[in-house]
Design a protein around this ligand. Structure first.
Ligand SMILES: *[C@@H]1O[C@H](CO)[C@@H](O)[C@H](O)[C@H]1NC(C)=O
Ligand SMILES: *[C@@H]1O[C@H](CO)[C@@H](O)[C@H](O)[C@H]1NC(C)=O
Ligand SMILES: *[C@@H]1O[C@H](CO)[C@@H](O)[C@H](O)[C@H]1NC(C)=O
Ligand SMILES: *[C@@H]1O[C@H](CO)[C@@H](O)[C@H](O)[C@H]1NC(C)=O
Ligand SMILES: *[C@@H]1O[C@H](CO)[C@@H](O)[C@H](O)[C@H]1NC(C)=O
Ligand SMILES: *[C@@H]1O[C@H](CO)[C@@H](O)[C@H](O)[C@H]1NC(C)=O
Ligand SMILES: *[C@@H]1O[C@H](CO)[C@@H](O)[C@H](O)[C@H]1NC(C)=O
Length: 658
């Protein structure tokens, strides 16, 4: 047997079986499965060893096993037979009774065909040691009976999907030696005994459910941490760190002199005698100074002092879901304050352990997408430069936490300490309007169609009207990147009402392009300035142009003035986004929405409509054909908005800039 390779041996056995059973039961065979296999082998180049004779029963072919009554193919094993290229559709995916499939050690490439999702009875899938590429095959999580899945030593990239958890019978998952990226999902099957993601490009913390596997299962990745590997550095500094009180350099503490001596040891091993002598000298000096008897240790600022103060400051936060850590004075400093309902149940520790990814760095701070170990995903906004006191902060949070509207991203919790201010929001997977409108234009991106733009305009207007009327809250920072999309494509306002936390010193160019002219001077946002920013947002939806974009013809001209100038000189159709050109039938709706937007961006605050009026006007557009009267008089608002700015009517745009 030593002369045969394992594959050769199997081949030999199979051939003998074939010869013996040549004329047996040729009548009973899985005809459809056979067709599928013939289609496969005729399309995929391979070595001569696989010689499937169409006159024989497929059940007798090399590598093929049928079930007991030869009605379907049960297993297909073609390891190391030089298969090259992609697996075509309508071949192996047709073998719906298949339990075992091994195509390992070939040169198969590309992705798996979509019809692999029909192999619902498959238990063992061995595809290791090929050249498959692309994302984790989306059909695999649907094969819920899989017990062993081996994709190792291929060229797969992208994330390992959370949907792997769908494979509830999995005992072995082999993903090593690929190019998988991102963080590890929490894979929680207790049945799993063999697991490896070694030699990929994964980063972030190892979820608790996987820490029982050895370090070798995780070796060779970009930056995995935690579990059997070295601990993760927290993604934001510990929220209540003891402020660093560096001892004055002349009085080094005992600790410091210890550090120096280790450094000296390193120096010896490097072998630089000069450095060694120098350090020795320093060490000597240090020790001598130390012996002069300075009590070097500076007292640690007692954490309890601050906590006690904090406890004193908030006796009245009644609506906060109390006490993740039990309400003792000591626990006080690790408290996340949750708002109503409590759909989340995690504490600060969980949050700090979460694997996190930077979503964006904005003017108010950095936003992280944090995936908690139990699988919950939230957005954590880490505020910087907050100027208000704890009391003011808390009362603003109380107001914001009460806002409940479909078109406003809910604030779920906050954390306040001297050094760290965190806000926790729902995560919106669909991303922001800004990304949708401007992200990689032209390169395979689906353009935002007219209906959805209308929908976003209306839903965002409703959210804002709710803020103004029910919440009495000024949004203060309306822009396309603060309009997030829900699964149903409704817009949802993010970053509500944070302006107050930063005082009026914040430079107005924080939201360049969206700010009402008066805000630049007064540095105060109002309901009316929100209306202006909303108007700019709608113009952005209509024109497809970003208000920050420099390329609005003349330099330094803002979006409202650009629209005014184009509308005046060339007439309206020119201003609309080229992606909207194919919605000819909707042009009147676009013109009406444009007029509403132009009313919102009036230079004089009092001439801007209130948000509830804006909502009503947009809703009236939606009434469509029934409302001819509205369309007839449709140039009325535009006259109005021209009337607000008569002095500018012929001024060259660049000279108008503030
Ligand atoms: C296929 O098998 C038949 C007999 O079953 C034989 O006559 C024929 O030559 C074989 N074809 C090939 C290509 O081996
Ligand atoms: C044989 O195949 C038929 C369908 O073709 C199936 O109903 C039957 O259960 C099978 N019997 C065995 C023993 O597998
Ligand atoms: C894997 O992909 C990389 C880059 O896409 C390529 O350079 C490499 O040759 C591929 N490896 C195999 C075995 O196909
Ligand atoms: C999970 O498995 C079920 C069948 O058990 C399937 O219908 C579903 O599509 C799978 N989910 C995913 C995300 O693949
Ligand atoms: C699977 O895990 C078991 C127990 O840890 C181990 O003995 C076995 O060698 C593993 N198999 C593979 C293929 O890694
Ligand atoms: C990871 O890659 C290294 C170097 O290519 C290799 O020696 C090691 O066996 C790989 N680890 C696994 C688990 O395949
Ligand atoms: C992981 O790497 C990706 C880029 O490869 C990066 O965007 C992400 O922030 C990283 N995540 C962590 C937790 O380091």
């Amino acid at each position: 047997m030593g002369v045969f390779s394992k594959n050769g041996f199997v081949l030999w056995i199979s051939l003998s079986v074939m010869v013996v059973s040549l004329n047996r039961q040729v009548d009973s065979e899985p005809t459809q499965d056979k067709q599928a296999l013939l289609a496969f082998i005729s399309q995929v180049p391979h070595e001569n060893r696989v010689r499937w004779n169409a006159s024989d029963s497929a059940c007798d072919w090399v590598g093929v096993q049928c079930d007991a009554n030869r009605s379907s193919i049960y297993s297909l094993r073609l390891p190391g037979v030089g298969l090259v290229g992609q697996i075509p559709e309508n071949t192996i995916g047709k073998l719906t009774q298949l339990r075992v499939l091994s195509l390992r050690s070939n040169r198969l490439s590309g992705g798996l065909p979509a019809d692999f999702s029909d192999l619902t009875l498959l238990r063992n899938l061995y595809l290791q040691d090929n050249r498959f590429s692309g994302e984790f095959p989306p059909s695999l999580p649907e094969l819920s009976r899989l017990t062993r899945l081996d994709l190792s030593s291929n060229n797969f990239t992208g994330p390992i999907p959370f949907a792997v958890n769908n494979l509830t019978h999995l005992t072995g998952l082999f993903l090593q030696n690929n190019g998988f990226q991102g963080t590890l999902p929490s894979i929680s099957q207790s049945s799993l005994v063999n697991f490896s993601v070694a030699n990929n490009s994964l980063n972030g913390s190892i979820p608790a459910s996987l820490t029982r596997f050895p370090a070798s299962s995780f070796a060779g990745n970009l930056a995995l941490c935690g579990g059997p590997l070295p601990p993760c550095s927290p993604f934001f500094p510990s929220p209540a760190p003891t402020p660093k009180t560096t001892p004055t350099p002349q009085i080094p503490s005992r600790k410091k002199s210890k550090k120096l001596s280790t450094a000296a040891i390193v120096a010896i091993s490097v072998g630089s005698a000069l450095i060694f002598l120098l350090l020795l000298l320093i060490l000597f000096l240090c020790l001598r100074r130390h012996q002069r008897g300075q009590p070097a240790k500076s007292p640690k600022p007692p954490a309890t002092t601050r906590s006690a103060a904090a406890a004193g400051a908030d006796p009245g936060t009644s609506s906060s879901k109390d006490d993740v850590t039990g309400g003792s004075v000591e626990g006080e400093r690790n408290k996340l304050v949750f708002f109503g309902g409590g759909i989340y149940s995690f504490d600060l520790e969980d949050l700090l352990r979460a694997s996190a990814e930077v979503l964006g760095k904005g003017s108010v701070g950095t936003s992280y997408k944090a995936v908690l170990e139990e699988g919950t995903t939230v957005v954590v906004k880490r505020l910087k430069d907050v100027v208000v006191t704890k009391k003011e902060f808390e009362s603003q949070m109380e107001i914001l936490g009460k806002i409940k509207h479909d078109n406003v991203v809910p604030l779920r919790a906050y954390y306040y300490s001297k050094d760290e201010k965190l806000l926790v929001y729902d995560f919106m997977a669909a991303g922001s309007l800004s990304a949708l409108l401007h992200g990689s234009r032209g390169s395979g991106r689906t353009p935002l169609n007219w209906d959805n733009r209308m929908r976003i305009a209306l839903s965002t207007a409703r959210g804002l009207a709710h803020l103004h009327v029910s919440g009495k809250v000024v949004h203060g920072n309306i822009k396309a990147s603060n309009v997030l999309l829900r699964a149903d494509q409704d817009g949802c306002l993010a970053d509500v009402g944070l302006n107050l936390l930063f005082g009026s010193s914040t430079p107005p160019n924080r939201v360049a392009g969206y700010h009402a002219p008066e805000v630049v001077e007064t540095r105060k946002v109002t309901f009316k300035s929100d209306v202006y920013s909303f108007g700019v947002l709608v113009l952005e939806l209509l024109t497809g142009k970003s208000p920050n974009q420099a390329s609005l013809g003349e330099e330094g001209i803002d979006l409202p003035r650009w629209v005014q100038s184009v509308v005046r000189e060339e007439w309206t159709a020119e201003v609309f986004d080229v992606e909207l050109m194919r919605y000819h039938n909707s042009e009147e709706e676009m013109v009406q929405l444009l007029q509403i937007a132009m009313a919102c961006v009036s230079t004089v605050p009092d001439q801007r409509p209130d948000m509830p009026d804006v909502v009503r006007m947009i809703e009236e557009i939606n009434r469509g054909e029934t409302d001819d009267g509205l369309r007839q008089s449709s140039d009325e608002p535009s006259k109005g908005s021209d009337g607000h700015t008569p002095s500018q009517s012929r001024t060259p745009p660049h000279s108008v800039t503030p």
